[in-house]
Ligand binder design. Structure first.
Ligand code: PMV
Length: 348
């Protein structure tokens, strides 16, 4: 089976810097360099749940997301020069503990890009969304890191290749390189070279779509998405119907986007999220991310909809809900939900 290292090598060997410069010279050029990049978080309207290849984060199905505009990660990459041979990682201004899962996962990923055995990174990330609470912080984190590495090393890679590199860090990061509606092709090849995300062009009508973040907790989730996906794919009988659900929903999204039909878009997103949670709830052991407040809010949203308000929700690997509605209903939504944070999915 092809390894991550081989995939990275195959992508980087197309770049000028990787081939032409000798590594010592390149390292000298990087000594005082720092590169910064921003990537938005993204919320899947049609979810990715289940991997066909664990190591390479290759998904069972394609997925579709909408970005979170100016909510995301800003990452700066530089070299870490010190007598200690290790990477330095700063998250929201605080040095990350070297024994934490976060640090170990990042260092393993950075191993793929070191120029030699004595090459250490200084990584500073600022997130303006809660970490690990189902708001795709790892997605924007890995996407911002890949964009910053691309600038730092001067690779000049295409967005397709950068999406593949981001996917190797965290599946949904493949979709965080773009603003707006994004489609991640599941691909069929074993090396994942056809499993990448692309921006979808849609009518200006959809500029009016808003996300409402109902953050019920910013605590770390009870079970990480990778473990939860594995338990679901292995034990949930309902998972067998998940690829059909996704295929059906992807055609409904296509219809909604071409007919400028917001209600169909929202209804399909809500149904897709509920179906994903149903598959994981029927796993052994059951995976249940909602808390009592999540369920209460779902009923509130259904009631509001029965009264004529065009509002829908989606939910990821955590108890928080993300509402979907149009700018014209913003005032009504604010009145109904005290602590809602309204986010425009796009920035110009
Ligand atoms: O990329 P991961 O491992 O964080 O998984 C993302 C899983 C969901 O957020 C629930 C769905 C999705 O498509 O983003």
């Amino acid at each position: 089976m092809i390894t991550k290292q081989e995939i990275v090598h195959n992508i980087l060997k197309q770049t000028k810097v990787y081939n032409e410069q000798d590594k010592t010279k390149l390292k000298l050029n990087l000594l005082n360099k720092k590169s910064t990049a921003y990537a938005p978080s993204n919320i899947a309207l049609c979810k990715y749940w289940g991997k066909r290849n664990l190591e390479l984060n290759l998904p069972v199905t394609s997925s579709l997301s909408l970005s979170l505009g100016n909510k995301g990660a800003t990452t700066t990459v530089g070299l870490h020069i010190s007598e200690h041979s290790k990477d330095r990682v700063i998250l929201n201004g605080a040095e990350v503990d070297e024994t934490s899962d976060f640090y170990l996962r990042l260092v393993k990923y950075l191993d793929l890009f070191r120029l030699d055995n004595n090459f250490y990174f200084n990584i500073e990330t600022n997130l303006n969304i809660p970490y690990a609470a189902g708001l795709a912080s790892s997605a924007c984190g890995f996407a911002a890191l890949v964009l910053a590495l691309n600038k730092f090393f001067g690779w000049n890679l295409s967005l397709k290749d950068l999406s593949i590199l981001a996917r190797i860090g965290s599946g949904s990061a493949a979709r965080s390189l773009y603003q707006g509606f994004v489609y991640w092709h599941k691909g069929t090849l074993d090396d994942g070279s056809d499993s990448y995300a692309e921006k979808i062009e849609v009518d200006k009508f959809f500029d009016e779509v808003r996300f409402g973040l109902l953050i019920l907790t910013d605590k770390k989730k009870s079970i990480g998405s990778t473990d939860a996906m594995n338990i679901t794919t292995k034990t949930s009988v309902l998972y067998q119907s998940w690829p059909n659900q996704v295929n059906q929903d992807l055609s409904l999204f296509k219809e909604a986007l071409s007919n400028k039909d917001f209600s169909l878009l929202g209804q399909t997103a809500e149904n897709n999220a509920l179906a994903m949670h149903a598959t994981m709830q029927s796993s052994i052991p059951a995976i249940y991310y909602s808390n009592s407040q999540t369920v209460e809010l779902m009923h509130k949203i259904w009631n509001l909809r029965n009264q004529g308000l065009d509002v829908y929700f989606t939910q990821d690997a955590g108890p928080n809900l993300k509402l979907l509605f149009l700018e014209s209903d913003k005032v009504k939504i604010r009145k109904e939900f005290d602590n809602i944070e309204i986010v425009c999915p796009f920035i110009n």
